[in-house]
Design a protein. Structure first.
Length: 382
């Protein structure tokens, strides 16, 4: 069966009611008018990612400690779902991203990325698995692992990871390099790579490195550092990713098959010690792809979402990105693929914004990365 048969059909506003919530709103200034923020849910433990269930059934939210919960449209936080895999919840590791199958209404499959232990010397790596959401939405049934990052090299840092299905039904997994710099350039390892697989975990025959000796066939692109955001451009169908630089050099990329995105040989950043990156040869290195957009001072970017909804027209053709260290929501105005303007929002909240998604109702939904984290609903006062 061609993967093109798995075209996503879930998230049209026409099919989904609005997620209504009567929480008090707070107003913040922006270039496009007053931004209204309401708290849909609180008491989430370091929430990492969210996914909208169809037909107004609520929102799936991952907590890094290992719980998957459903937040109702009224903001009630449900009990942890059963059937979720054991996660390696140390350092930056734990339960990470969540996405629905493009054919969720038929198969009810939920995909999770998470840190998995078992490496030599107690190390860990990123794994991805899937399970079927039960009819009563209380557990994941028949959960099985479809991908493992090999080798497992992380002692607690740089797992990535974001999951995105493209229009043809391929699953992209954006990975970190486990804080092991040179591995991003090693094609026999899955650190610092964007990988592309089929929904069952098998490798597409047209991946760029299929058939090459001592090269992982899952690899789509390489030379990445710690990828924290990924989203499909709704106007072009291309995947965009973002990643943390070291001290400086956070970047957005538009990954291409077989291409080298530089880390750690090409970078705009330096070590946290203020010393140069030992392997670095400059900001631009021949044969490597320059960032599509770069921040010389790192905001510590995180989840991101393209805004393609008629509800708030001033935001059309914008890319929204959370910022952890800067504690802001970044809005990038686009002209085609070109970033033409940047606006920083919600700095008054002083919240580490971990994930950003556009809801079926046209509002932005944000997760704050705190031990007592929140799910926020954000819109413009038009």
């Amino acid at each position: 069966m061609s993967p093109r048969t798995w075209l996503p059909t879930l998230m049209t506003a026409a099919l989904l009611p609005l997620l209504a919530h009567a929480a008090p709103e707070r107003d913040f200034k922006s270039e496009e008018g007053s931004v209204k923020v309401s708290t849909l849910a609180e008491g989430l433990r370091n929430p990492w990612a969210l996914a909208f269930l169809p037909d107004g059934q609520g929102i799936l939210v991952t907590e890094r400690a290992g719980n998957l919960r459903i937040v109702s449209p009224e903001g009630k936080v449900g009990a942890p779902l059963g059937g979720v895999p054991e996660v390696w919840a140390q350092g930056q590791g734990g339960l990470l991203d969540v996405v629905l199958s493009p054919t969720f209404k038929q198969d009810r499959m939920v995909y999770l990325s998470y840190a998995e232990g078992g490496g030599e010397g107690g190390t860990a790596g990123t794994a991805v698995g899937r399970g079927r959401l039960s009819a009563d939405s209380a557990k994941l049934e028949d959960f099985n692992v479809i991908f493992r990052q090999q080798p497992k090299l992380s002692s607690g840092n740089h797992f990535g990871s974001r999951l995105v299905f493209d229009r043809d039904g391929y699953l992209f997994i954006a990975l970190g390099e486990n804080n092991q710099r040179p591995t991003s350039q090693d094609l026999d390892k899955l650190q610092g790579k964007l990988v592309r697989i089929l929904p069952d975990g098998t490798v597409p025959k047209d991946n760029p490195f299929v058939g090459r000796d001592n090269v992982r066939p899952e690899i789509w692109s390489f030379g990445h550092r710690n990828q924290q955001g990924a989203a499909l451009n709704p106007w072009t169908g291309e995947l965009w990713t973002n990643e943390h630089g070291p001290r400086g050099g956070d970047e957005i990329n538009i990954p291409k098959p077989g291409k080298n995105f530089g880390w750690p040989i090409a970078t705009h950043g330096i070590n946290y010690s203020l010393m140069p990156i030992p392997e670095a040869r400059g900001e631009h290195v021949d044969g490597m792809v320059d960032p599509h957009h770069v921040w010389e001072k790192s905001p510590a970017i995180s989840g991101m979402a393209f805004y393609d909804n008629p509800r708030f027209k001033p935001w059309e053709h914008s890319l929204f990105i959370g910022a952890l260290a800067a504690q802001e929501l970044i809005r990038l105005e686009l002209n085609g693929d070109k970033v033409v303007h940047e606006e920083r929002l919600l700095g008054e909240l002083k919240a580490r914004i971990r994930d950003v998604r556009v809801g079926p109702d046209g509002y932005l939904y944000l997760l704050t990365d705190e031990r007592d984290g929140a799910l926020l609903k954000v819109g413009l006062d038009l």
